[in-house]
Design a protein around this ligand. Sequence first.
Ligand code: IPD
Ligand code: CA
Ligand code: CA
Length: 284
Amino acid sequence: MNDSNNASVIGGKSFTAVAINCAAKAGEWITTKLGNYSSLELKHSAHDLVTEVDKGSERLIRNLVATHFPDHSFLGEEGVEPGPEASAQALEEAKDAEYLWIVDPIDGTTNFVHSFPFFCVSIALAYRGEVIVGVVYDPVRDELFVAEKGKGAYVHGKRMKVSGEATLRESLIATGLPADHHYALPLNLKGVTAIAPQVRNLRIAGSAALHMAYVAAGRLSGFWEIGLNSWDLAAGALLIQESGGVVTDTKGEPYTLAVRNVAASNGHLHNELVQALEHAGAQA
Ligand code: IPD
Ligand code: CA
Ligand code: CA
Protein backbone atom coordinates (compact mmCIF):
# COMPACT_ATOMS: atom_id res chain seq x y z
CA MET A 1 0.00 0.00 0.00
CA ASN A 2 2.97 2.16 -0.50
CA ASP A 3 2.86 4.53 -3.49
CA SER A 4 6.39 3.64 -4.53
CA ASN A 5 5.65 -0.06 -5.00
CA ASN A 6 2.05 0.28 -6.14
CA ALA A 7 1.33 -0.50 -9.77
CA SER A 8 -1.91 1.53 -9.73
CA VAL A 9 -0.39 5.00 -9.59
CA ILE A 10 -1.67 7.77 -11.83
CA GLY A 11 -0.47 11.35 -11.59
CA GLY A 12 1.42 10.53 -8.41
CA LYS A 13 -1.63 9.42 -6.39
CA SER A 14 -2.46 5.75 -6.08
CA PHE A 15 -6.06 4.58 -6.34
CA THR A 16 -5.84 3.37 -2.76
CA ALA A 17 -4.51 6.68 -1.47
CA VAL A 18 -7.42 8.50 -3.10
CA ALA A 19 -9.94 6.00 -1.71
CA ILE A 20 -8.49 6.43 1.79
CA ASN A 21 -8.44 10.21 1.47
CA CYS A 22 -12.09 10.25 0.34
CA ALA A 23 -13.22 7.97 3.16
CA ALA A 24 -11.29 9.92 5.80
CA LYS A 25 -12.56 13.32 4.63
CA ALA A 26 -16.17 12.14 4.31
CA GLY A 27 -16.02 10.31 7.65
CA GLU A 28 -14.62 13.29 9.47
CA TRP A 29 -17.39 15.52 8.12
CA ILE A 30 -20.11 12.95 8.91
CA THR A 31 -19.11 12.83 12.58
CA THR A 32 -19.49 16.63 12.85
CA LYS A 33 -23.10 16.08 11.78
CA LEU A 34 -23.86 13.30 14.25
CA GLY A 35 -26.96 14.30 16.21
CA ASN A 36 -26.97 17.44 14.09
CA TYR A 37 -28.45 16.68 10.66
CA SER A 38 -31.23 18.91 9.40
CA SER A 39 -33.23 17.03 6.76
CA LEU A 40 -34.63 13.50 6.97
CA GLU A 41 -36.43 12.01 3.96
CA LEU A 42 -37.89 8.59 3.21
CA LYS A 43 -36.80 6.78 0.07
CA HIS A 44 -38.25 3.46 -1.12
CA SER A 45 -40.15 2.74 2.11
CA ALA A 46 -40.73 4.15 5.59
CA HIS A 47 -37.65 2.15 6.68
CA ASP A 48 -35.33 3.53 4.00
CA LEU A 49 -33.89 6.85 5.22
CA VAL A 50 -31.71 9.54 3.70
CA THR A 51 -30.36 12.80 5.14
CA GLU A 52 -28.55 15.74 3.63
CA VAL A 53 -25.41 14.23 5.19
CA ASP A 54 -25.67 11.08 3.00
CA LYS A 55 -25.98 13.33 -0.05
CA GLY A 56 -23.19 15.68 1.03
CA SER A 57 -20.83 12.80 1.79
CA GLU A 58 -21.44 11.33 -1.66
CA ARG A 59 -20.90 14.73 -3.33
CA LEU A 60 -17.61 15.19 -1.49
CA ILE A 61 -16.37 11.73 -2.53
CA ARG A 62 -17.55 12.11 -6.13
CA ASN A 63 -15.80 15.49 -6.50
CA LEU A 64 -12.57 14.24 -4.97
CA VAL A 65 -12.50 11.15 -7.21
CA ALA A 66 -13.24 13.31 -10.28
CA THR A 67 -10.36 15.65 -9.39
CA HIS A 68 -7.86 12.79 -9.47
CA PHE A 69 -9.47 10.52 -12.05
CA PRO A 70 -11.79 12.53 -14.33
CA ASP A 71 -12.20 9.60 -16.77
CA HIS A 72 -13.38 7.11 -14.16
CA SER A 73 -17.04 6.11 -13.75
CA PHE A 74 -18.91 6.53 -10.48
CA LEU A 75 -21.79 4.57 -8.93
CA GLY A 76 -23.02 6.03 -5.65
CA GLU A 77 -26.15 5.10 -3.75
CA GLU A 78 -27.54 8.63 -3.67
CA GLY A 79 -27.13 9.07 -7.42
CA VAL A 80 -29.49 6.16 -8.12
CA GLU A 81 -33.29 6.08 -7.89
CA PRO A 82 -34.44 4.19 -4.78
CA GLY A 83 -35.49 0.52 -4.94
CA PRO A 84 -33.92 -2.77 -5.96
CA GLU A 85 -34.83 -2.58 -9.67
CA ALA A 86 -33.24 0.84 -10.18
CA SER A 87 -30.09 -0.28 -8.28
CA ALA A 88 -29.70 -3.41 -10.39
CA GLN A 89 -30.27 -1.37 -13.57
CA ALA A 90 -27.69 1.27 -12.55
CA LEU A 91 -25.11 -1.43 -11.89
CA GLU A 92 -25.90 -3.13 -15.20
CA GLU A 93 -25.26 0.17 -17.02
CA ALA A 94 -22.02 0.91 -15.14
CA LYS A 95 -20.41 -2.48 -14.61
CA ASP A 96 -18.50 -2.64 -17.90
CA ALA A 97 -16.73 0.66 -17.23
CA GLU A 98 -12.95 0.34 -17.24
CA TYR A 99 -12.65 1.94 -13.80
CA LEU A 100 -15.78 2.18 -11.62
CA TRP A 101 -15.93 3.71 -8.14
CA ILE A 102 -18.72 2.13 -6.07
CA VAL A 103 -19.67 4.21 -3.06
CA ASP A 104 -22.00 4.04 -0.08
CA PRO A 105 -21.56 7.50 1.48
CA ILE A 106 -23.06 6.36 4.80
CA ASP A 107 -23.77 2.68 5.33
CA GLY A 108 -25.96 2.53 8.40
CA THR A 109 -28.02 5.69 7.90
CA THR A 110 -30.67 4.58 10.42
CA ASN A 111 -27.93 4.27 13.04
CA PHE A 112 -26.55 7.68 12.05
CA VAL A 113 -30.01 9.24 12.40
CA HIS A 114 -30.40 7.76 15.89
CA SER A 115 -26.80 8.51 16.95
CA PHE A 116 -26.21 4.77 17.36
CA PRO A 117 -22.47 4.67 16.71
CA PHE A 118 -22.22 1.92 14.09
CA PHE A 119 -22.00 3.26 10.54
CA CYS A 120 -19.29 3.73 7.95
CA VAL A 121 -18.22 5.07 4.58
CA SER A 122 -17.69 2.32 1.99
CA ILE A 123 -15.61 2.93 -1.14
CA ALA A 124 -14.56 0.36 -3.74
CA LEU A 125 -12.82 0.65 -7.08
CA ALA A 126 -13.54 -2.00 -9.71
CA TYR A 127 -11.43 -2.54 -12.82
CA ARG A 128 -13.48 -4.16 -15.61
CA GLY A 129 -15.98 -5.49 -13.07
CA GLU A 130 -13.47 -6.80 -10.55
CA VAL A 131 -12.92 -5.02 -7.25
CA ILE A 132 -9.26 -3.99 -6.89
CA VAL A 133 -9.47 -1.57 -3.95
CA GLY A 134 -11.82 -1.65 -0.96
CA VAL A 135 -11.94 0.85 1.90
CA VAL A 136 -14.39 0.86 4.81
CA TYR A 137 -14.02 3.67 7.32
CA ASP A 138 -15.72 3.80 10.74
CA PRO A 139 -15.32 7.45 11.74
CA VAL A 140 -16.62 6.95 15.29
CA ARG A 141 -13.84 4.52 16.21
CA ASP A 142 -11.45 6.00 13.63
CA GLU A 143 -10.98 2.54 12.15
CA LEU A 144 -9.88 2.33 8.55
CA PHE A 145 -10.12 -1.07 6.84
CA VAL A 146 -8.18 -1.19 3.56
CA ALA A 147 -7.69 -3.93 0.98
CA GLU A 148 -5.89 -4.07 -2.35
CA LYS A 149 -6.40 -7.01 -4.68
CA GLY A 150 -3.55 -9.47 -4.19
CA LYS A 151 -1.86 -7.38 -1.51
CA GLY A 152 -3.82 -8.22 1.63
CA ALA A 153 -6.11 -6.26 3.90
CA TYR A 154 -5.19 -4.05 6.84
CA VAL A 155 -6.71 -2.28 9.84
CA HIS A 156 -4.64 0.13 11.93
CA GLY A 157 -1.79 -0.79 9.57
CA LYS A 158 -1.94 -4.43 10.72
CA ARG A 159 -2.65 -7.30 8.35
CA MET A 160 -6.13 -8.75 8.92
CA LYS A 161 -6.94 -12.43 9.15
CA VAL A 162 -10.38 -14.01 9.41
CA SER A 163 -11.33 -15.95 12.54
CA GLY A 164 -10.74 -19.66 13.03
CA GLU A 165 -14.14 -21.01 14.14
CA ALA A 166 -14.84 -24.18 12.20
CA THR A 167 -18.53 -24.71 12.99
CA LEU A 168 -21.70 -22.65 13.34
CA ARG A 169 -21.96 -23.90 16.92
CA GLU A 170 -18.91 -21.86 17.96
CA SER A 171 -19.57 -18.88 15.68
CA LEU A 172 -20.67 -15.27 16.05
CA ILE A 173 -22.70 -14.43 12.93
CA ALA A 174 -24.21 -11.13 11.81
CA THR A 175 -27.10 -10.31 9.54
CA GLY A 176 -29.40 -7.38 8.75
CA LEU A 177 -33.03 -6.40 8.81
CA PRO A 178 -33.52 -5.02 5.28
CA ALA A 179 -35.63 -1.94 4.54
CA ASP A 180 -37.56 -3.89 1.88
CA HIS A 181 -40.33 -5.41 4.02
CA HIS A 182 -42.09 -7.19 1.15
CA TYR A 183 -39.40 -9.51 -0.15
CA ALA A 184 -36.06 -9.24 1.66
CA LEU A 185 -37.12 -8.86 5.30
CA PRO A 186 -39.38 -11.96 5.52
CA LEU A 187 -36.67 -14.09 3.91
CA ASN A 188 -34.03 -12.74 6.25
CA LEU A 189 -36.27 -13.35 9.27
CA LYS A 190 -36.66 -16.97 8.13
CA GLY A 191 -32.88 -17.18 8.17
CA VAL A 192 -32.69 -15.59 11.62
CA THR A 193 -35.18 -18.10 13.05
CA ALA A 194 -33.21 -20.99 11.61
CA ILE A 195 -29.67 -19.78 12.30
CA ALA A 196 -30.02 -18.22 15.78
CA PRO A 197 -30.39 -21.55 17.61
CA GLN A 198 -27.42 -23.03 15.72
CA VAL A 199 -24.80 -20.38 16.49
CA ARG A 200 -23.10 -19.00 19.60
CA ASN A 201 -25.00 -15.78 18.96
CA LEU A 202 -26.29 -13.42 16.27
CA ARG A 203 -25.59 -9.71 15.85
CA ILE A 204 -27.74 -7.28 13.86
CA ALA A 205 -25.99 -3.94 14.20
CA GLY A 206 -27.25 -2.10 11.09
CA SER A 207 -24.33 -1.64 8.69
CA ALA A 208 -23.69 -4.37 6.14
CA ALA A 209 -20.33 -2.92 5.08
CA LEU A 210 -19.08 -2.70 8.65
CA HIS A 211 -20.27 -6.22 9.38
CA MET A 212 -18.26 -7.37 6.35
CA ALA A 213 -15.20 -5.49 7.63
CA TYR A 214 -15.64 -7.21 10.99
CA VAL A 215 -15.67 -10.63 9.29
CA ALA A 216 -12.39 -9.66 7.61
CA ALA A 217 -10.93 -8.58 10.96
CA GLY A 218 -11.91 -11.87 12.64
CA ARG A 219 -14.42 -10.15 14.97
CA LEU A 220 -17.34 -11.98 13.36
CA SER A 221 -17.27 -15.52 11.96
CA GLY A 222 -19.71 -14.73 9.17
CA PHE A 223 -22.46 -12.52 7.78
CA TRP A 224 -25.42 -12.98 5.47
CA GLU A 225 -28.19 -10.74 4.22
CA ILE A 226 -30.82 -10.76 1.50
CA GLY A 227 -31.45 -7.73 -0.73
CA LEU A 228 -28.24 -5.70 -0.54
CA ASN A 229 -26.74 -3.50 -3.25
CA SER A 230 -23.32 -3.38 -4.91
CA TRP A 231 -22.30 -0.36 -2.78
CA ASP A 232 -23.06 -2.24 0.47
CA LEU A 233 -20.81 -5.14 -0.48
CA ALA A 234 -18.02 -4.29 -2.93
CA ALA A 235 -15.42 -2.94 -0.49
CA GLY A 236 -16.26 -5.47 2.24
CA ALA A 237 -16.04 -8.39 -0.19
CA LEU A 238 -12.44 -7.54 -1.08
CA LEU A 239 -11.58 -7.00 2.61
CA ILE A 240 -12.81 -10.51 3.41
CA GLN A 241 -11.19 -12.19 0.41
CA GLU A 242 -7.86 -10.52 1.14
CA SER A 243 -8.13 -11.64 4.79
CA GLY A 244 -8.51 -15.29 3.82
CA GLY A 245 -12.32 -15.51 3.96
CA VAL A 246 -14.97 -16.49 1.44
CA VAL A 247 -17.75 -14.39 -0.14
CA THR A 248 -20.53 -15.93 -2.23
CA ASP A 249 -24.22 -15.40 -2.79
CA THR A 250 -26.56 -17.19 -0.39
CA LYS A 251 -26.62 -20.20 -2.77
CA GLY A 252 -22.84 -20.51 -2.67
CA GLU A 253 -22.17 -18.99 -6.11
CA PRO A 254 -19.02 -16.83 -6.35
CA TYR A 255 -19.26 -13.13 -5.47
CA THR A 256 -19.67 -10.65 -8.31
CA LEU A 257 -20.75 -7.01 -8.27
CA ALA A 258 -24.28 -8.15 -9.13
CA VAL A 259 -24.70 -10.24 -5.94
CA ARG A 260 -27.57 -8.92 -3.79
CA ASN A 261 -27.98 -11.85 -1.38
CA VAL A 262 -24.67 -12.39 0.33
CA ALA A 263 -23.07 -15.10 2.44
CA ALA A 264 -19.63 -14.16 3.78
CA SER A 265 -17.49 -16.00 6.27
CA ASN A 266 -14.10 -17.06 7.51
CA GLY A 267 -14.35 -19.89 4.96
CA HIS A 268 -14.24 -22.73 7.50
CA LEU A 269 -17.98 -22.70 8.20
CA HIS A 270 -19.11 -21.34 4.83
CA ASN A 271 -20.76 -24.52 3.57
CA GLU A 272 -22.55 -25.03 6.87
CA LEU A 273 -23.92 -21.47 6.73
CA VAL A 274 -25.10 -21.81 3.12
CA GLN A 275 -26.66 -25.20 3.88
CA ALA A 276 -28.45 -23.84 6.94
CA LEU A 277 -29.93 -21.06 4.78
CA GLU A 278 -30.96 -23.63 2.19
CA HIS A 279 -32.69 -25.84 4.78
CA ALA A 280 -34.52 -22.77 6.08
CA GLY A 281 -35.71 -21.79 2.59
CA ALA A 282 -33.97 -18.47 3.23
CA GLN A 283 -31.55 -18.33 0.29
CA ALA A 284 -33.84 -16.17 -1.95
C1 IPD B 1 -28.39 -0.51 4.93
C2 IPD B 1 -27.49 -1.10 5.98
C3 IPD B 1 -28.25 -2.14 6.79
C4 IPD B 1 -28.84 -3.21 5.92
C5 IPD B 1 -29.70 -2.61 4.83
C6 IPD B 1 -28.90 -1.58 4.03
P1 IPD B 1 -27.97 2.07 4.29
O1 IPD B 1 -27.69 0.46 4.16
O2 IPD B 1 -26.37 -1.72 5.40
O3 IPD B 1 -27.41 -2.78 7.71
O4 IPD B 1 -29.61 -4.09 6.70
O5 IPD B 1 -30.14 -3.65 4.01
O6 IPD B 1 -29.72 -1.01 3.05
O7 IPD B 1 -29.35 2.32 3.77
O8 IPD B 1 -27.80 2.45 5.70
O9 IPD B 1 -26.92 2.60 3.36
CA1 CA C 1 -25.93 0.70 2.52
CA1 CA D 1 -26.20 4.45 2.41
